[in-house]
Write a protein that binds this ligand. Structure first.
Ligand code: R5P
Length: 290
């Protein structure tokens, strides 16, 4: 068994290796002047089961291409099996056509990973479960909610005070599963309408949050428009405190400003994507999924 880290999230890879009591294996990854990627595995992996830890963190295309080149290098070095460990799977939101003449880039990404030589994929909190079906190779789809739930339990919020909230209709199944694990906490749903990509507009709230501690649950926070607008609606309907929980901290600008604007008691994310120092803020807690 050999574990290699790409350049997207070496800290997470190191934590995984420590957890397993193994060392990361040596790999050379370089960028040429024009941005092309060079990869050379630094030891024999002939007949080995290789795990490549490379979430496709922003810049997504760069991280993905690096993963593809690394898979290719491992395949050509006669690895017995290659598992792409992609805790954050970019393009997962492009999982269907919402209008004519669009691409389904999640399916395309699955195709090129398989074509490059991946035998298996491990992904966390894919935007939708159907992405698993885009692969003709096995996919282990795991969830970040166990670490988030353990952390929330340490807050000792009384069950009667809690309400779990989905910030949009598409996330209801995820929020319902989360609520079930919180002693079947009640559920509320924010009906979000988008007027354009990366712009969210909140319309309605379904459910009762008055006087409650509201826990918003999402797969990712990107620009934070969705979750911040949802939090404002919850406050306007009487929520006492609002927590935001999401596995993937994409945090594209202006996420940091929105998340630290005072609407959240706490923003709880995991380390599938590293949060650079200039995007951190006091209300943020990062939990390890290693
Ligand atoms: C969309 O349906 C996703 O689950 C997230 O809610 C969304 O992608 C977050 O994007 P943003 O933070 O830019 O609103």
């Amino acid at each position: 068994l050999r574990i290699f880290s790409g350049t997207a999230n070496p800290q997470l890879a190191q934590e995984v290796a420590c957890y397993l009591g193994l060392d990361l294996s040596d790999i050379k990854i370089k960028r040429f002047a024009d941005g092309e990627i060079y990869v050379q595995v630094q030891e024999s992996i002939r007949g080995c089961d290789v795990f490549l830890i490379q979430p496709t963190c922003p810049p997504v295309n760069d991280s993905l291409m690096e993963l593809l080149v690394t898979i290719d290098a491992c395949r050509r070095a006669s690895a017995r099996s290659i598992t792409a460990v992609m805790p954050y799977f970019g393009y997962a939101r492009a999982d269907r056509k919402t209008q004519g003449r669009e691409s389904i880039a999640a399916k395309l990404t699955a195709n090129i990973l398989t074509e490059a030589g991946a035998d298996r994929v491990l992904a966390m909190d894919l935007h939708s479960g159907q992405c698993v079906g885009y692969f003709d190779i096995p996919v282990d789809h795991v969830y970040g909610d166990s670490v988030i739930l353990d952390y929330l339990a340490s807050k000792r919020i009384s069950t009667g005070d809690l309400v779990v909230v989905s910030p949009d209709v598409g996330g209801v199944a995820r929020a319902r599963a989360f609520a079930k694990k919180l002693n079947d906490a009640p559920l509320a749903i924010v009906d979000k309408r988008r007027s354009a990509h990366n712009v969210s507009e909140v319309m309605n709230l379904i459910g009762d949050v008055d006087g409650k501690v509201a826990v918003l649950v999402d797969d990712m926070i990107d620009t934070a428009g969705t979750i911040t607008n949802a939090a404002k609606v919850l406050h306007s309907h009487g929520a006492r405190e609002v927590y935001a929980c999401a596995t993937h901290a994409v945090f594209s600008p202006p996420a940091t400003e929105r998340l630290s604007s005072g609407v959240f008691q706490e923003v709880i994310v995991t380390n599938t994507i590293p949060v650079p120092a200039d995007r951190q803020f006091p209300e943020m807690t990062v939990l390890s999924v290693a």
